[in-house]
Design a protein around this ligand. Structure first.
Ligand code: ADP
Length: 385
């Protein structure tokens, strides 16, 4: 049983990412992605067709899903709403509850629902939902509550949920292992900097703050998302330009962030432009760093003491200059980078702070698929006890 693989599915509105892996050994047996699902002139009509393509892909790689001894399917679900705070075995009722959350995540949950339905029809094994919001269900009310009318917030479940939780949890645990201390005694900040970006403050393994909110739009500057703006901006854009709410949503989610400021959403391209003296690229970098500092300082104040600051995801793991910029000038607060460690390229978790510095600064590669596979396996094992 223990060597049997788990299939991890991350179904978006028009894509299906899949990975077949063994939770105990982290061995990846096959992985891939189907894109353009349901788009005009795409050969992939729906998620059921995508599932078929995935199986063909596995077969071509020599993996027969019918005979491989599949243990379970773990589904990434972006929004778990107020009630899903743990991995959950999916039955018809759970699927209905996930559908009921679609108004909270109209861009994300419909894809997950289609993926779950297609996978349940195909694979007669336990299906488990792993929610991106779950790790942040522990946010104290003072952090989770928006200062809007109480009745409205309660009726429509309007609160700060946070996202990327699987990654923040995985990285904070791996960081505790890296520094060789108990998770329970550590105050941590994790910066997940990929296309989407989020920060979290974690006390003793429990999340107490995060930068994303009701939706993944709040907080840090991202590839194409603005992160924090004055909510009055919506009124201004509507009054002055006649923009609709839909237009504004698209503007802030798809045309803002690094792309909006500098024309490119990929951080590597941004760095290439910055190196040529491109003023817009430099300003975009500066805004990105300024916002990060703002959050790191705020979380330091919330935690009262910080033990570990971790960088993860594409930008956090790979961009040494960015890591230096985030803690530049903060020596007196305990942040000291060792330039040699910071510049060394590596795929494994490592400390990049100066020896003896009060705060450990770490680079910890995230692995959401492995985390989902492990949580899926752990839930099923706990149920069979
Ligand atoms: P996603 O949020 O889609 O999972 P990733 O974690 O893969 O995104 O991060 C994507 C971002 O990471 C892009 O902006 C990309 O430029 C950046 N990135 C990836 N590899 C590198 C690298 N080697 N050096 C600098 N930036 C990188």
């Amino acid at each position: 049983m223990s060597e049997a693989p788990v299939l991890v599915l991350n179904a978006g509105s028009s894509s299906l990412k899949y990975q077949l892996l063994v939770p105990e050994t982290a061995e990846v047996q096959a992985k891939g992605i189907v894109e353009r699902i349901g788009e005009a002139e795409s050969p992939v009509a729906d998620h059921a067709a995508a599932m078929q393509m995935m199986e063909d892909d596995f077969a071509a790689a020599g993996v027969d899903l019918d005979t491989v001894g599949l243990r379970a399917v773990g589904h990434r679900v972006v929004h778990g709403g107020p009630d899903f705070s743990d991995p959950t075995v999916i039955d018809d009722d759970v699927l209905d509850e996930i559908k009921d959350l679609i108004p909270l995540a109209p861009l994300h949950n419909p894809g997950a629902v289609s993926g779950i339905e297609a996978a349940r029809a195909e694979f007669d094994v336990p299906h488990v939902a792993i929610f991106d919001t779950a790790f942040f269900s522990t946010l104290p009310p003072a952090a989770a509550t928006y200062a809007i009318p109480r009745d409205l917030a309660q009726k429509y479940r309007i609160r700060r949920y946070g996202f990327h939780g699987t990654s923040h949890q995985y990285v904070s645990r791996a960081a505790a292992e890296l520094v060789g201390r108990d998770l329970g005694e550590l105050n941590q900040i994790v910066l997940h900097l990929g296309n989407g970006c989020s920060a979290s403050a974690i006390r003793g393994g429990v999340a107490v703050e995060t930068s994303m909110g009701l939706t993944p739009l709040q907080g840090l500057v991202m590839g194409t998302r603005s992160g924090d703006v004055d909510p009055g901006l919506h009124t201004f854009l509507h009054n002055e330009l006649g923009m609709s709410i839909g237009d504004i949503d698209t503007l802030l989610n798809k045309q803002s962030g690094l792309k909006g400021m500098a024309g490119v959403n990929d951080f590597r391209e941004l760095e290439e432009r910055r190196a040529t003296g491109d003023e817009a690229a430099q300003l975009a970098f500066d805004v990105y760093v300024h916002r990060l500092k703002h959050y790191v300082g705020a979380y330091l104040a919330l935690l009262g003491r910080l033990d570990v600051l971790s960088f993860t995801a594409g930008v956090g793991e790979n961009n040494a200059a960015l890591r230096v910029a985030v803690v530049d000038g903060l020596d007196s607060l305990g942040f000291q980078v060792d330039p040699e460690l910071n510049n060394a390229r590596s795929k494994v978790a490592r400390a990049v702070s100066a020896d003896g510095a009060p705060i450990k600064i770490a680079v910890v590669p995230t692995n959401e698929e492995l985390a989902i596979a492990r949580e899926t396996a752990a839930l099923l094992e706990s149920r069979s006890d």
